[in-house]
Ligand binder design. Structure first.
Ligand code: AMP
Length: 196
């Protein structure tokens, strides 16, 4: 199956380094742990989605994050004769999420993720795959994490309610080992018919 994973965090992280007005705006919001304004996020994400409409399955990760983004996405997909097949809500206690973010490390060359507590690299600070340098994301500081979780708790219920009305929300318990979470997500995608 031709699966395309599009992460808004990754799309915006790339945009963040571009020496343009949009790049500078994205950097300000991203580094502070604030949501990037809907207008910019929707524009960049719709472009990324548009480039991948021929995939069997497009998995959107981290987008939409607000009801306005969800409405803009639905409208754009409808114009292409497409729609969202399933929404997966990963559910975990706030403290678990906070601890995971605080311990997260990313490889500068291949993007592999590690966690100082649950999945440390063999050599501290060095990627197991390619020896690349591991770094902490600029928005994984305690202050920015608290800001992001605070925004999440304000935006998420409205967003989930929007998709609940369409009857397409599937909750997955994310307070478990990664393999079990992935297994559940694959089951949802198969059973909902989202993966064609
Ligand atoms: P993430 O990698 O999903 O944690 O996203 C990292 C950062 O990118 C967030 O803290 C926001 O600044 C920005 N971001 C990611 N997705 C969105 C979105 N859907 N809407 C607005 N900002 C976003």
């Amino acid at each position: 199956m031709n699966l395309m994973h599009i992460s808004s965090g990754a799309v915006l992280s790339r945009a963040r380094t571009s020496p343009t007005e949009i790049g500078e705006a994205v950097k300000r919001y991203y580094d502070a742990g604030e949501l990037v304004p809907d207008e910019i996020t929707v524009q960049l994400m719709l472009a990324a989605i548009h480039d991948n409409l021929d995939a069997d399955l497009v998995l959107l990760d981290g987008f939409p994050r607000t009801r306005a983004q969800a409405e803009a996405l639905d409208a754009a997909l409808a114009q292409q004769g497409e729609s969202i097949g399933a929404v997966i809500e990963l559910v975990a206690p706030m403290e678990t999420v906070r601890t995971r973010l605080l311990g997260r490390l990313v490889c500068r060359t291949c993007g592999e993720l590690y966690n100082t507590l649950t999945n440390p690299p063999r050599t501290p600070g060095v990627c197991d795959n390619d020896g690349g340098e591991l770094y902490q994301r600029p928005d994984d500081t305690p202050e920015a994490i608290d800001r992001r979780l605070d925004i999440w708790s304000r935006e998420n219920s409205d967003l989930v309610a929007y998709y609940d009305q369409q009857g397409i929300v599937h909750k997955v318990d994310a307070d478990r080992p990664v393999e079990e979470i992935v297994g559940d997500i694959e089951t949802v995608l198969r059973q909902s018919g989202a993966a064609r």
